[in-house]
Each structure stands twice: as structure tokens, then as C-alpha cells.
Design a protein around this ligand. Structure first.
Ligand SMILES: Cc1ncc(C[n+]2csc(CCOP(=O)(O)OP(=O)(O)O)c2C)c(N)n1
Ligand SMILES: CC(=O)[C@@H](O)[C@H](O)COP(=O)(O)O
Ligand SMILES: [Mg+2]
Length: 631
């Protein structure tokens, strides 16, 4: 390992270096990030863009006493490497290894746990106000991307922070990219700021943006001019009450460091909230990522000399791809269909839909709450919205689901991707709660396809309903069932028997049907593919309860309040008193790691299911394997 980086065990070591040494250090750090992500997989483009900014922030601010709050946190690998975790980067996002996001329990330098976007300004403001209340002089710095800046929450925080008097700096890391190209008026506005026209008009100083650090005197003068309303027009951020500085080149340490030093002085003089606009490039320093920052946003392992390569044999289609194909086919058949994504075009499988139906495709930015209510508005006018959203991100829009969609019983489809465990991203991204939080909402239905074929069919069923329906499916591929070409749906609210055994019946919700079938072979148990968590197929449930002595529910979602709870409630309502074993995600946050291993650790693979059923119902089970499988 090269000498400078290996000498940095903490930012205190970094602060011992001369300014001149920071340049080679940044080069080493960038090379380390590329090499490390190539070995483990993870987020790359964003991390290459924050190398210099990270060095500069830790150099100028007295971390961890000063608080750095990163937004999303997918760009914190350089920060992790400089804060004592260099030697653990090879364990990134693996079971037992370090997280791909900041975590308070991982390091004192990770001041705020994150991975969902747009929380940094709120959290940093809270920290700044706490410092003030406690009489502490430290600084709080939020570092937020231009994509994350589009969320309402960021603006709620700006609105609050602009009139607060904490020592708060907001750094806008503007790389003109979200995961995909950015959208919306804010993006257009930022581009305008970058073009220099804004300041050229306002101050008649030409394009003195980007290069060079505004000296303290200049910053203070601008502050005073703004206070007197002399600089016209003010940037949006000044209107919010911030002292806006920038834009400056976020890869130029000779701009970054003096500018941050000057800002630190302003904060020390209690000059109000500061806003620094830095311009960076996603993928900076790795040509392939610079050319295609989308592909390198979150790549798997790769050879840095070669870059990402297409697999020779195409892998099984993912549920996301099944959804993407269905969306295009249904859009072809139904001109009223419109597709909405809150900034997850690639992850939600909507690239082809946008290409073929640009007028019916809406990327609304990182704005889940708005996405849901915007779709509700479309539905009010007779369109048929399909909101493609990760289960974990729908959590953001809970009131909108209830108040704007369900209460008005609007016909909408929620294509809930990443339902269940997601693997490397860990607890922040796990779609563990959707069944529990959706099923208590009147008018809402929830379909749980067991495989790819059912995914397509149940999406069609959902689209045909006159009320909101969520179709939940996991990250990655399923068992590989052949997906039908047609658009016929399956019966609404109906499950099916998949195996007839005796004594014990397993009621499977979703993709765990397949491990449940395997377990049932060993147990001699019956298996029902329930397909719908809401409405429950009460007829099928009644039949199972009447013909078995015990029931087992299986789902890849939280056991508490999930589909198993629905079964218990229904049995109670139907007057059945029988033992029920509920298998699902336990009442803990599941760590990052290989999804198959995580499921096994939760006892939700075939052998885990078998083990749990034997442990609970040993006295009921035959010793021999069960009866026949119903095709
Ligand atoms: C609430 C929420 N919605 C969506 C995402 C998915 N997501 C992660 S990073 C990202 C893009 C963020 O863009 P930006 O803040 O500009 O950072 P960059 O990737 O450009 O470094 C998105 C949409 C998320 N993490 N949180
Ligand atoms: C940081 C973030 O929220 C996304 O980049 C996320 O990690 C993508 O996850 P998928 O790989 O499942 O699309
Ligand atoms: Mg960005």
C-alpha cells in the first residue's frame, strides 16, 4: 500500500499533513476506492465524486467533534477509509462486515445513520441547535446531493434552518445526477446557477465561479449586502436565509480548503446558516464510470482494467424485469396506463417504458410522498397510474397512501419492488413492513406473487381492479417459472392448493412458497399458495382449518402484523381455535449480507421451515413424507 494513505488511521492524522500532501493523498484514496469496490461491489460513481470533498471536510473541520452528516450515505466510502475503516473495506456490505452506509454503531465519525435520502439537513440542524443549547462551539455540516435535494424533506429543513441560529453548514454536492439523470425545476435552476449567468447578471463579475476560493472578506461583504437586500437577485438558498457561497469546483482542493476555512470562521462568528454549492463529477477519475455513471452507480464486482461485462449466458429474468415487460405490454393494451417513479427508473425496471411511452412516464425526483399524491391526482382524472416504488421507500408516503389514495378508493397499482430482504443494502432497504402497514388500510389489497409468472398475472389482476392494489415482489430472480405472454390475470383474492398432506397445512404468502413446498415434502404437510395477504381467501382458509390440526404461515415480511397475523385474526373471527405457527422476519433489523444466508438465519429457507414446524408440531407429524403434490 502506498505510504500516505496507510499513514492515516484517523482524520487527526490527516490534519497533520501539509496542504501539498493532500493532493497525492486524494489520488491514493481514489485508487483505493476503485480497487476496493471492484472487489466487493457497492456504490462507486458517487464515492469517486466525493474524494476531495471528504479530504477537505475532515482537514478543515475538527471531526468527530464537528459533525459531518452525509445524506443517503452511499458516498461515504472515502469517509470510511479516512476514519479508521480502511482495513475493513474488504468486508463492505457482507454479513458481519461494515455497512455501505453511515451507522452510529460503526464509528463515532458516523454521526447519523442513513440510507434513505434527504434527512441530512434536518439531522444536522438538530445537532447544531443541540450544540447551541448545550453551550458547545462545534459545527454541524450536512452534505447533500442535488438528487437528494429534490425531496420535500430537504426543503422543510431549509425552511426551518434559515431562521435558526445554529452553526450549520449545508454543502450541496451538485454532480448533475441522481441515480439517473436528474429531473425537475430545481435541477434546471442549479444548472442556471452553474452557468454563471445568474451571478454575472447580479454582480457583474463575469464567470468568477467554480475556480478559486472567495476570501473571507468577500464572503462577509456578500453576507452584509444580502442582509441589506443589495444583491439582487438572491439565490433560492439566500431567500431561505442562508449565506450562499459558490459554486466552486469540488475536485479542486485549493478551492475547497480555503473556502471551507473561511466558512468555518463565519460559523465561529455566529454569522448564520451557511450554504456551500460545490460542483463534482460522478465517477470522477475512473473513465468508465465518468462515461456511464448510471451503470457504475452500484455495480457488482468487476475487474477495474476491463470494467463491467455482460454475462455470457443471460441470467434468469428478475422480478423487476418481469414488471418492466408487463408495464410495456399493459401500456400497449391500455392507453390510460401511466407509470410513475420517484427517481428509480433503472432499479424499478422502467427504462424501456420511458423509451416507448415517454409521454406516459413520470420521474418525479426523489419525492415518494409527492409521487403517490401526484398519481392519485392522475387517477382522479380517469388515468390508471402504476406507481413503481421500492417497498422501503413507500414508507415515506404513508399518509399519502391513506389520506390521498385509500380514503378516496382510487384505482391505482403499487408495484412494490424489493419486498423482503434485499441483501447488501441491509436493514435500511429491506422491504420488511409493507404487508403489515398496508393491510390495516381500508380499500387496500395486497398481492404476493410466488414466482415470475404469478407476478405478471397478479399485476394484470391489480390493474383490472377499481381500488388500490399493491403487488409485492422481491429483489432479484425467482425460481425461473415461464412467464406467460398474455395479460390475463388470476382471480382476485383467491389462493390455490399446491400440495395435499395431512395434519399440518402451510399457508405460503409470496416466494417462500417454494421453500415451503420443499419443507412440506419432508413433513408430509399440505401447502396452500395464498397469493393474497389482503383480502385473505377465507374459503380456502376455512377448508384448511377444518381438515388440519395445525396451520403454519410463511412470509418474507415482518411476522408481527403481517400475513400470518391476518390469518390469526380471520381464524378467530371464523371461530377456529387451533395452533398456528407464524414464520416471518423476526422483530429485529436484519443486517446486510448475502440474502440466502440472511433468510436461512431467519429460519425461512426450506430446512429452517421444516425445523420450526417439527419443533412446534412434533407430536402431530407422520414420520414418513407426505402425500401427493397438486400441479
Ligand atoms: C427516500 C429515498 N428515495 C430513493 C433513494 C434511492 N437513491 C439512492 S441514491 C439516489 C440518488 C441520489 O442523488 P444525489 O443525492 O444527487 O447523490 P449522487 O448519487 O448524485 O451522489 C437515489 C434516488 C433513497 N436512497 N432514498
Ligand atoms: C443508495 C440507494 O438507495 C440505492 O443506490 C440502492 O442501493 C439501490 O438498490 P438496488 O441495487 O436494489 O437498486
Ligand atoms: Mg447527484
Amino acid at each position: 500500500m502506498s505510504s500516505l494513505l496507510s499513514s492515516i488511521e484517523s482524520p487527526a492524522d490527516l490534519r497533520q499533513l501539509s496542504r501539498a500532501q493532500l493532493h497525492p493523498l486524494a489520488d491514493e484514496l481514489r485508487a483505493f476506492v476503485i480497487d476496493s469496490v471492484a472487489r466487493t461491489g457497492g456504490h462507486l460513481s458517487s464515492n469517486l465524486g466525493t474524494v476531495e470533498l471528504t479530504v477537505a471536510l475532515h482537514y478543515v473541520f475538527n471531526t468527530p467533534e464537528d459533525r459531518l452528516v452525509w445524506d443517503v450515505g452511499h458516498q461515504t466510502y472515502p469517509h470510511k477509509i479516512l476514519t479508521g475503516r480502511r482495513d475493513r473495506m474488504n468486508t463492505l456490505r457482507q454479513l458481519g462486515g461494515i455497512s455501505g452506509f453511515p451507522r452510529r454503531d460503526e464509528s463515532e465519525y458516523d454521526t447519523f445513520g442513513t440510507a434513505h435520502s434527504s434527512t441530512s439537513i434536518s439531522a444536522a440542524l438538530g445537532m447544531a441547535m443541540a450544540a447551541k443549547m448545550k453551550g458547545e462551539s462545534r459545527h454541524s455540516v450536512a452534505i447533500i446531493g442535488d438528487g437528494a435535494m429534490t425531496a420535500g424533506m430537504a426543503f422543510e429543513a431549509l425552511n426551518n434552518a434559515g431562521v435558526a441560529d445554529g452553526r450549520l453548514l449545508v454543502v450541496l454536492n451538485d454532480n448533475d445526477m441522481s441515480i439517473s439523470p436528474p429531473v425537475g425545476a430545481l435541477n434546471r435552476y442549479l444548472a442556471q446557477l452553474l452557468s454563471g449567468q445568474f451571478y454575472a447578471a447580479a454582480k457583474n463579475v463575469g464567470k468568477q465561479v467554480l475556480k478559486g476560493a472567495p476570501p473571507l472578506f468577500e464572503l462577509a461583504k456578500r453576507l452584509e449586502e444580502h442582509a441589506k437586500g443589495m444583491v439582487v437577485p438572491a439565490t433560492l438558498f439566500e431567500k431561505f436565509g442562508f449565506n450562499y457561497i459558490g459554486p466552486i469546483d469540488g475536485h479542486d482542493l485549493d478551492s475547497l480548503i480555503p473556502t471551507l476555512e473561511n466558512i468555518r470562521h463565519l460559523l465561529d462568528k455566529d454569522s448564520g446558516p451557511q450554504f456551500l454549492h460545490v460542483v463534482t463529477k460522478k465517477g470522477q477519475g475512473y473513465k468508465l464510470a465518468e462515461a456511464d455513471p448510471v451503470a457504475y452507480h452500484g455495480p457488482g464486482k468487476f475487474d477495474p482494467a476491463v470494467g463491467l461485462v455482460k454475462p455470457v449466458t443471460p441470467p434468469k429474468p428478475t422480478f423487476t424485469q418481469v414488471f418492466g415487460q408487463w408495464l410495456c405490454d399493459m401500456a400497449e393494451a391500455d392507453p390510460k396506463l401511466v407509470g410513475i417513479t420517484p427517481a428509480m427508473r433503472e432499479g424499478s425496471g422502467m427504462v424501456e417504458f420511458e423509451r416507448r411511452f415517454p409521454g406516459r412516464y413520470f420521474d418525479v425526483g426523489i419525492a415518494e410522498q409527492h409521487a403517490v399524491t401526484f398519481a392519485a391526482g392522475l387517477a382522479c382524472e380517469g388515468l390508471k397510474p402504476v406507481v413503481a416504488i421500492y417497498s422501503t421507500f413507500l414508507q415515506r408516503a404513508y399518509d399519502q397512501l391513506i389520506h390521498d389514495v385509500a380514503l378516496q378508493n382510487l384505482p391505482m397499482v403499487f408495484a412494490l419492488d424489493r419486498a423482503g430482504l434485499v441483501g447488501a443494502d441491509g436493514a435500511t432497504h429491506a422491504g420488511a413492513y409493507d404487508i403489515a402497514f398496508l393491510r390495516c388500510i381500508p380499500n387496500m389489497s395486497i398481492a404476493c406473487p410466488a414466482d415470475e409468472a404469478e407476478c405478471r398475472q397478479l399485476l394484470s389482476t391489480a390493474h383490472a381492479q377499481n381500488h388500490p392494489v399493491a403487488v409485492r415482489y422481491p429483489r432479484g430472480a425467482g425460481v425461473g417459472t415461464k412467464v406467460p405472454a398474455g395479460l390475463e390475470g388470476l382471480p382476485f383474492g383467491k389462493g390455490e392448493m399446491r400440495r395435499t398432506g395431512r395434519h399440518v397445512a402451510i399457508l405460503a404468502f409470496g416466494t417462500l412458497l417454494y421453500p415451503a413446498l420443499e419443507a412440506a415434502e419432508q413433513l408430509g404437510a399440505s401447502v396452500a399458495n395464498m397469493r393474497w395477504a389482503k383480502p385473505l381467501d377465507i374459503e380456502l382458509l376455512r377448508e384448511l382449518a377444518q381438515t388440519h390440526q395445525a396451520l403454519v404461515t410463511v412470509e418474507e415480511g415482518c411476522a408481527m402484523g403481517g400475513a400470518g397475523s391476518a390469518v390469526l385474526e380471520a381464524l378467530q373471527a371464523e371461530g377456529f381455535a387451533m395452533p398456528v405457527l407464524q414464520l416471518g422476519l423476526s422483530d429485529v433489523f436484519t443486517e446486510h449480507g448475502d440474502p440466502a444466508k440472511l433468510l436461512a438465519a431467519e429460519g425461512l429457507d426450506a430446512s429452517g421451515i421444516e425445523r420450526s414446524v417439527r419443533a412446534r408440531f412434533a407430536s402431530l407429524l407422520d414420520n414418513v413424507s407426505g402425500l401427493k403434490v397438486v400441479a
